[in-house]
Design a binder for this molecule. Structure first.
Ligand code: GTP
Ligand code: MG
Length: 186
């Protein structure tokens, strides 16, 4: 069977009003065009990165989940935990927050997915701050075993963008177990 990686970017798994403007769409556009877009649509079209240009050589679909949260209160059934949306199951979810926005960090509310889908915490806009959000993020990492890894990045500086999608591929193809936090690159 051919393997596909389906990455979903969202600001929150579980919230009535997910944090907006954390840079989900910009991250995707920066990855695709290798430059920071001055203007972005609300939502990026779903894109597929062909296998031969990805580090792990698997076709990788990237979904900009800018709707409501992945889960609404009513929909947390066992079925939905396994299939993030009924029509479009994702096999890794990036929960994006903005490192300069405390509220968006607070909205990284996580419910257990029973290890069905690995999660990656993504702190975007690292160009705007001097020091890292890891102090706030590590306790969340420790609390939730579904979190595969965390990364700080900047769509604007193109910092850690390709790494982020590489971690997403790796989380699907070679899960390392909980609590692995890669060191930040220079
Ligand atoms: P919604 O879909 O509306 O929830 O927003 P989003 O999460 O897709 O964020 P979007 O990509 O629209 O970016 C929101 C704003 O943040 C825009 O003004 C971007 O230019 C800006 N932005 C995105 N990424 C970065 C970044 O890495 N650094 C800085 N300084 N600004 C960024
Ligand atoms: Mg958007």
């Amino acid at each position: 069977a051919s393997i596909n990686v389906r990455v979903l970017l969202t600001a929150s798994l579980f919230s009535c009003c997910p944090a907006a403007k954390v840079g989900k769409t910009s991250l995707i556009m920066s990855l695709v065009s290798e430059e920071f877009p001055d203007e972005v649509p609300l939502r990026a079209e779903e894109i597929t990165i062909p296998a031969d240009v990805t580090p792990e050589r698997v076709p990788t679909h990237i979904v900009d989940y800018s709707g409501n949260s992945v889960f609404t209160r009513k929909r947390i059934s066992e079925k939905n935990r396994r299939n993030i949306t009924i029509n479009k199951p994702a096999n890794v979810i990036c929960i994006v927050y903005s490192v300069n926005n405390k509220k968006s960090i607070e909205k990284v509310k996580i419910i257990s997915l029973h290890n069905k889908v690995p999660l990656i915490l993504v702190g975007n806009k690292s160009d705007l701050v001097e020091h890292s959000s890891m102090e706030t993020i590590l306790p969340i990492m420790n609390q939730y075993q579904d979190i595969e890894t965390c990364v700080e990045c900047s769509a604007k500086n193109l910092k850690n963008i390709s790494e982020l999608f590489y971690y997403a591929q790796k989380a699907v193809l070679h899960p390392t177990g909980p609590l692995y936090c890669p060191e930040e690159k220079e």
